[in-house]
Design a protein around this ligand. Structure first.
Ligand code: NAD
Length: 313
């Protein structure tokens, strides 16, 4: 078990979750060295302005990772690098970057006997019809190639850990929101998108009738769960959500409240064939095995996020 890691490698560390993770790790483990590898395809260097470690440009799906990471000799790896534009339809590209990249990271882990925590995604569950909390072992139904790449990564992780005995733990994020996501543009959380529209004085645009529900998890909870995941008693995958399903209408009400506005939603037809109507993480496994309980509900998370965006804190 890695208690005080010496050398921590973070792939995708210049992105939204990765940069928040890097800054938290540097506070918790001031003695550890941290190396970030990122190809900057969907990143913002400004997220790392307070980062004190090393940052190298690197595509994890290419061989350059072996030169840049092996020398560092990581004993703990957080693998977050991934195409996160879920509308990319180039199947080869998605599989190369996400799946080949992961295999390279596992090779580095093998060479260095490192523990790996990697980002999975709630998208692997697909469009579940029943409105129930999703358990990790339920049937998967990836509906786009992004979700498929994450599904295959989960399979590879399981196989690799069985063969090598190394610990590989997946964190299956639901809808993460919070400071540091602006560079994601239309792939930033709905909370950020709606905040921007409402700040510009526009009515928030929602698919009819705003009652689709999602499990929105605040960045601080996502980071805490990710760091705890390295203590997992065995290789596995954990849901990382808030445990609650909340509607887009709820988000608009809360943004109105915290911004002092009264903007009513402008509803329009959903143009997509595939759209997750309802997601809710069953959080019992991570609670039982790691003692993790989210600290932020939607009210608390949006309040803190708006306070940060408005420069109030
Ligand atoms: N944000 C969410 O709600 C959410 C939900 C489910 C899963 N995830 C997963 O969490 C991880 C982090 O997502 P995020 O929200 O921070 O997105 P992000 O786009 O901000 O971060 C991804 C990072 O990976 C980098 N990257 C992409 N391809 C790379 C490659 N081939 N080599 C090196 N770096 C590469 C990008 O430049 C970026 O810095 C991803 O694996 C994503 O699939 C996120």
């Amino acid at each position: 078990m890695v208690k005080q890691p010496n050398n921590i490698l973070i792939t995708g560390g210049a992105g939204f979750i990765g940069s928040n993770l890097a800054l938290t790790l540097q506070e918790i483990y001031p003695e550890s060295k941290i190396l970030i590898l990122d190809d900057f395809s969907s990143a913002n260097f400004k997220n790392l302005k307070k980062f004190k470690g090393e940052v190298l440009a690197c595509d994890v799906s290419s061989d350059e990772i072996f030169f840049k990471a092996d020398e560092f000799q990581p004993d703990l790896i957080f693998h977050l690098a991934s195409i996160t534009d879920t509308t990319v339809t180039d199947q080869e590209l998605m599989m190369r970057k996400n799946v080949d990249g992961f295999k390279n990271v596992l090779e580095i882990a093998y060479d260095n006997e490192a523990t790996v925590v990697y980002a999975s995604s709630a998208s692997v569950y697909g469009n579940v019809k029943e409105h129930i909390p999703l358990k990790e072992d339920r049937e998967k139904s990836p509906e786009n190639v992004y979700a498929f790449s994450k599904y295959i990564m989960d399979n590879i992780a399981e196989d690799f850990s069985e063969k090598t005995g190394l610990k590989v733990v997946g964190v299956r994020y639901f809808n993460v929101y919070g400071y540091g996501e602006a560079h994601k543009g239309k792939f930033a959380s709905m909370i950020y998108q709606l905040y921007r529209q409402m700040k510009a004085g526009k009515r928030p645009r929602l698919f009819k009738w705003g009652e689709q529900k999602r499990d929105f998890v605040y960045i601080k909870d996502a980071v805490e769960a990710t760091i705890l995941a390295k203590e997992a008693p065995h290789s596995t995958v954990y849901n990382v959500g808030s445990g609650e399903a909340r509607s887009f209408n709820d988000i608009v009400s809360l943004l109105n409240k915290y911004l002092g506005l009264d903007l009513q939603p402008d509803y329009f037809d959903c143009p997509y064939d595939f759209y997750q109507e309802y997601t809710q993480a069953d959080m019992s496994k991570i609670k039982e095995e790691l003692g993790f309980v989210p600290k932020y509900n939607l009210e608390k998370g949006i309040k803190e996020y708006v306070d940060i965006l408005e420069g109030r804190i």
